[in-house]
Design a protein around this ligand. Structure first.
Ligand code: SAM
Length: 226
């Protein structure tokens, strides 16, 4: 049984995909998809030994080692050309780390026709990387679960560079137009967080005027959208 967050990622994995789940930890996502006969093959990539062991244990328990291979590797180094991976999922990491993983593994993306990404912070960094590297965002979802708000970005390669304005990069082109309840929750929370940070800076001995201004501008940007 997957969390709502991972179930949403799973929903966007094409039927009978050959997928790589990078930073898979327990390999819950590919294991669930394999148990439901939704994928042809998967790699559960992990850079850390403990999580890699978690993946191995999960796959052995469910007799899935014929469909899913756990590999100890940094990012997309887990993927070989002969794996014919067409779908990559990267969930539960910061946007900077996700875009670094994609950037460092660019040569592995030529055969890939879908990326499903769930950055837990810094989604705008992921969106900017996608645009710069000829991926267009085809769908986005935002959901809340256990007091957290999660964003899922689905992207596909494109010949013509996608064009998004600054607002769309920050808030998400689809999420911005939907303005769903979790979206409003997330950005109201960000305003509250920024306002607290400004108050604390103002109380401090040295007031970093530039930083305060930057935060105020972000608050302004959010308030225009909400
Ligand atoms: N993807 C799962 C999920 O969404 O529930 C697990 C998320 S867990 C918070 C992040 C995992 O990413 C950790 O197990 C960590 O070891 C792994 N990780 C971090 N950097 C990585 C990298 N460069 N390559 C592969 N895995 C990485």
């Amino acid at each position: 049984h997957l969390s709502k967050r991972l179930a949403t990622v799973a929903k966007y994995v094409p039927d009978q995909a050959r997928m790589a789940d990078i930073g898979s930890d327990h390999a819950y996502l590919p294991a669930n998809l394999a148990l439901n006969s939704r994928i042809e093959f998967a790699i559960a990539g992990e850079v850390a030994k403990g999580p890699y062991q978690n993946a191995l244990a999960e796959l052995t328990n469910h007799h899935l080692t014929n469909v899913i291979e756990a590999r100890l590797a940094d990012g997309l180094a887990a993927i070989e050309t002969s794996d014919r991976i067409d779908t990559i999922t990267i969930a539960g990491m910061g946007g900077t780390l996700i875009s670094d993983i994609l950037e460092n593994g660019k040569d592995k993306l030529a055969q890939v026709n879908r990326l499903i990404l769930e950055p837990n912070v810094g989604a705008e960094i992921v969106r900017q990387w996608l645009v710069d590297n000829y991926f267009e965002i085809t769908t986005e979802e935002i959901l809340s679960e256990d007091q957290h708000v999660y964003e899922i970005i689905v992207a596909e390669p494109t010949d013509i560079k996608a064009v998004y304005d600054a607002q769309e990069i920050l808030f998400g082109p689809f999420l911005l137009h939907e303005k769903s309840v979790p979206f409003v929750e997330k950005w109201q929370g960000q305003v509250a967080h920024l306002e607290t940070a400004i108050q604390q800076m103002e109380q401090a001995q040295k007031v970093p005027a530039d930083k305060i201004k930057e935060f105020q501008q972000e608050i302004q940007l959010i308030k225009e959208v909400l």
